[in-house]
Ligand binder design. Structure first.
Ligand SMILES: [Zn+2]
Length: 367
């Protein structure tokens, strides 16, 4: 029901993709985005965050309608210094030497083209806030440095998931990191090994006693970094490992963390070693029922433009996790990007078109 201008959409996407924007260096792409949205009548405001800025774009609209939030991120992973987009009749790829950056410039291109369409066709809508973050790829640093309480929206639609248009991510895990440091006792390895307590040995015993990988359909654990020791002729005094725990269910995550702590303390005690455990919550998870209003808004807007909605759960975090810990209810949506974080990244042009139709449908129908 919307006739999208394919050429214009592809051009906007390619222009965005070819502006390098590694994390914290989003300035040039931000200037491009501000220029495009300002021409369409939006108010664009930058908010300082770390070495860069988050960008909030506001469109006014009918005051009797709810404000909606659209969101995505401006940074990409590397290599992205000289992206050369290759456009065929069906898809867009890089030239194979860099990523493409459809993660997450597909979302930005879709938002720009949706408002180009709205202006040309005089489509009525309510107020819209578009939040584009910096440094998402560095562990959601941009959104974590943004004051979400200044937003008016009740419902948020983040476009930062891979796969064909239609996927609605309603579940994503809580994620915590833990550091275990074991302190043994140093000694000469040849002359007095019995006076030493080998911290590497003790830490290995702890790791071997912990679960590894997938624990159940909602929870995972992974020891990702290990370090320790000075030389082969010294019984190592220190050893350290860093691990992560994820679960859709906060209680399950807490139980796994408790198991990690108890295992480390017990094994250290048995070996007369000491341990220090530090834990930080990376982000909270969310779990939204397909019956909730936000899910229905997304699904109904899709059906209106003949996209089949599919409710799915995701194993990773995104800005959606942080938005959901504010008073805004948000889902993550696929914007068509595929094989992301690799030089084989690509996007189907039809997905860019479908994504734009979906955003238009959303903006037009949310009351
Ligand atoms: Zn992304």
């Amino acid at each position: 029901m919307y006739t999208i201008n394919r050429e214009s959409l592809v051009r906007t996407f390619v222009e965005l993709a070819e502006i390098p924007s590694p994390s914290w260096r989003e300035k040039s792409v931000m200037e491009y985005i501000i220029k495009r949205f300002s021409k369409l009548g939006a108010v664009c405001t930058r908010y300082k965050c770390g070495e860069s800025h988050n960008l909030l774009i506001r469109f006014s609209g009918a005051e009797d309608r709810s404000t909606i939030l659209l969101s995505g991120h401006m940074d990409t992973v590397i290599p992205c210094e000289s992206v050369k987009a290759v456009v065929t009749s069906t898809r867009i790829t890089s030239d194979g030497t860099s990523i493409l950056g459809s993660d997450d410039k597909a979302a930005i291109a879709i938002f720009i083209e949706a408002f180009e369409f709205i202006r040309k066709n005089n489509i009525k809508h309510g107020p819209v806030e578009i939040l584009l973050t910096c440094a998402e790829e560095l562990g959601l640093k941009g959104i974590k440095g943004f004051d979400l309480s200044i937003l008016k929206a009740k419902y948020g639609f983040v476009f930062d998931s891979s796969g064909r248009i239609g996927r609605i991510i309603v579940k994503a895990p809580f994620h915590s990191n833990m550091d275990i440091t074991v302190k043994g006792r140093a000694s000469h390895a040849g002359m007095a090994p019995e006076k030493g307590i080998n911290a590497i040995r003790v830490l290995s015993e702890i790791i071997a006693a912990l679960p590894s990988g997938r624990i159940d359909d909602e929870s995972t654990i992974n020891v990702g970094i290990i370090s320790g020791g000075m030389a082969t002729n010294i019984v190592p005094e220190f050893a350290e490992c860093k691990l992560e725990v994820r679960s859709i269910d906060r209680r399950k995550m807490n139980a796994i963390e408790k198991q990690v702590r108890e295992t480390a303390v017990r094994i250290c005690r048995e070996n007369r070693a000491k341990c220090r455990i530090e834990r930080t919550l990376e982000y909270s998870g969310f779990s939204i029922s397909p019956e909730e209003k936000i899910s229905q808004l997304a699904a109904d807007a899709m059906k209106r433009v003949k996209i089949r909605p599919e409710f799915v759960s995701m194993g990773g975090g995104s800005d959606t996790n942080i938005i959901n810990s504010s008073r805004i209810r948000a889902v993550n949506l696929s914007c068509g990007m595929q094989k992301i974080h690799s030089t084989g990244e690509f996007i189907m042009i039809n997905d860019l078109v479908k994504g734009t139709e979906f955003v238009l449908s959303l903006i037009e129908t949310v009351k």
